[in-house]
Ligand binder design. Structure first.
Ligand code: PMP
Length: 387
């Protein structure tokens, strides 16, 4: 389509035409038998996507930040101790959020592009008891991936709940929620789940539901209170009508379509595709002589990348890359905001999108006066993709 630009930011992403198509159909009643079936199926499919047969799904109108908030306002009571394992901007957001909930919060940070070590996490858990630990699966500000499986093991050993912000990882990076024992996995619709912005999604495990049910104080915030949403989710799962707050009918229909695509691809194949695409993109950037924000390959996210501008190049390159037909995102970490850019490569992205993006970056670099071998990034990506 001439004039159409490719949206390669780390969310919202490019959506499947049939996902967008279903959103334009007439809005149904939220208690019609057809919509009840659709919502019920979407909730069932979420359990498959996250390998979370024991978990309770919640899908409510709101962005990822609401999902973050819902997870902790329902589990934390004033004075409870919480630990935040941060790898950037969104880890820090959890710190602020938990303070608002009246928790006593400790935060573990790492240098930019790294994660707090497992040794440090273990030492911290050994020295203090925390009711809850939050981890960002992929921090979108740095494109760093945390080892959720190992951190979940540690939190069990030290008897804490683990809440994982999977907004930039879900349905792209592996998540085996029952097996790993992740108490809450949360995300939003606009990233690898493949639905326009507007849905907050949480998968809540049995231990977290138990902790919620044994609260001594009422949840202060009305809208995010699990007590209001649990009967609604259970009703849709049982294919019964119910009402608390009007669900975003068209978005839920889009969710059902997108989850169908995700499951048709197969989760293992989908994870492997993200690994292949992520690696090819990083190889391309390195071949152009660019430096990634993430410090090591073993903690590099496969859903997005963050790349430093080379010497002599600044954020104006993003305007040039957009002229080339590809929209990318600027930096987010305050200390280095104007020194790097971010590229999303998750969800329905295909190899053509990836190569078009690398081509546009090469064109932008050339126009910015950066000296490199034209085609070096494309060649490296092709090689990695064809391996
Ligand atoms: N956590 C992470 C890791 C994110 O990437 C984002 C969004 N970029 C959020 C939370 C917040 O989500 P939202 O913008 O939908 O509120």
């Amino acid at each position: 389509m001439k004039g159409r630009k490719l949206l390669m930011i780390p969310g919202p992403i490019e959506f499947e035409p049939s996902v967008l198509g279903v959103m334009s159909e007439p809005t149904d009643s939220h208690v019609s038998p057809e919509f009840i079936e659709c919502f019920g199926r979407a909730l069932d499919m979420l359990k498959e996507v996250f390998f979370a047969s024991k978990c309770q799904p919640f899908v409510v109108a709101g962005s990822g930040t609401l999902a973050m908030e819902m997870a902790v306002v329902n589990l934390i009571e004033p004075g409870d101790k919480a630990l935040v394992i941060s790898a950037g901007y969104f880890g820090n957001r959890y710190y602020d959020l938990l303070l608002r909930c009246g928790a006593e919060v400790k935060i573990l940070n790492a240098s930019i592009g790294d994660v707090p070590t497992l040794e440090l996490v273990e030492k911290t858990l050994r020295e203090n008891h925390f009711k809850l630990v939050t981890v960002t699966h992929v921090d979108t500000s740095t494109a760093v991936r945390t080892n959720v499986q190992e951190i979940a093991k540690l939190t069990h050993q030290y008897d804490s709940l683990i809440v994982v912000d999977g907004v930039a990882a879900a349905a792209g990076e592996p998540m085996f929620q029952d097996e790993w024992g992740v108490d809450v996995y949360l995300t939003a619709s606009q990233k690898a789940i493949g639905v326009p912005p507007g849905l907050a999604i949480l998968m809540v495990g049995p231990k977290a539901m138990e902790v919620f049910h044994s609260r001594k104080t009422v949840v202060r915030n009305y809208y995010p209170d699990f007590a209001n949403w649990l009967p609604i989710m259970k009703a849709y799962q049982a294919r019964q009508p119910s009402y608390f707050g009007t669900p975003p009918v068209n978005l839920i229909r889009a969710l059902e379509v997108s989850l169908g695509f995700i499951l048709a691809e197969g989760m293992e194949r989908r994870f492997a595709r993200h690994v292949r695409i992520g690696r090819a993109f990083r190889e391309a950037m390195k071949s152009l002589g660019l430096k990634l924000v993430v410090q090591r390959e073993d903690i590099a996210a496969n859903t997005l990348s963050a790349i430093y501008y080379p010497d002599g190049v600044d954020q104006n390159i993003l305007v040039e890359i957009s002229r080339q037909g590809v929209i990318l995102a600027g930096g987010l970490i305050p200390d280095i905001r104007n020194r790097y850019f971010r590229v999303g490569h998750m969800g329905s992205i295909n190899q053509g999108d990836l190569l078009a993006t690398i081509g546009a970056i090469e064109a932008g670099l050339k126009k910015s006066g950066y000296v490199f071998e034209i085609g070096a990034g494309l060649k490296a990506a092709q090689q990695a993709l064809l391996e």
